[in-house]
Write a protein that binds this ligand. Sequence first.
Ligand code: SF4
Length: 306
Amino acid sequence: VNAVTAAGPALPNQAAEPGQFAQLLTLSLGAGVQSTTIALMAAEGLLPKPDLVLFADTGWEPAAVYQHLARLETVLDTAGMPVRRVSAGNLRNDALDPEHRYASIPYHIRKADGGHGMGRRQCTAEYKISPINRAIRETLGAPAPHFRRVPRGRRATVWIGFSADEIGRVRDSHVSYIRHAYPLIDLGMDREACRRWLDRRGWSVAKSACIGCPYTGNAGWRRMRDEHPAEFADAIAFDAAIRHGGARGTPLIGQAFVHRSRLPLDQAPIDRLTRAERRGTQLDLLAELGDPDGCSPNGCRSGTAD
Ligand code: SF4
């Protein structure tokens, strides 16, 4: 708890203009189990209140995530922690727009020679980390219109919702004006402890990830098909539209799919556990369950943490 408190508002906050901060405490709100726990703990006074709470919106989250976010925003607003939604655009639309710079999504690729590959994952960095960092630079007083250079001496501590079972995912920030901190690790709370803490307060949290994310596991696809058919239809339409890769740039030599079977989503075996999946290694469990938390800005478990 001391470590958490040390990362909080005890930092000196001089030398900043009104509305800016010399030392800024920020919560990166992915709206999953862990970051929701941090936000509500701060709202209850169990953690210091962040100066800035940022949600990076890809524009393509399931309706349940936006509903959860709206409820959370109401509570955090009342607690004096308004959520700022930031965005680099609508990922779905941008991926299909030939006029838009290519946003690389980690599609499952069947190469022309029949081999398998995976597209590069740049979407998390471009649509989540980048708008969050821009808002932080802006709040630290980087000059408009591009908010690139943070004035000397100004820093942000960014709370990231990795829990105690995820200590191996901790990484330093890549930028000098941000220091990462992990309040749930400091508090010794693992993912289940967060879930129980939320349960006791009547919060259930949907997985936050883009509707057509290729890291979705079979269980996620089935749930979408059975409980949110309009969203599943959207994912099927998107899948059909990306068969030859992005809308811009060199056409893909091979075919792209959102399902790991590298079949069109409406034909993919989402009801069947493969033999490999039954063996139950962690990788195979990911195939069935997908990323347990979905895609948080700093840690999509299915790929390398950004
Ligand atoms: S949820 Fe998937 S598609 Fe969306 S930003 Fe994260 S990795 Fe990319």
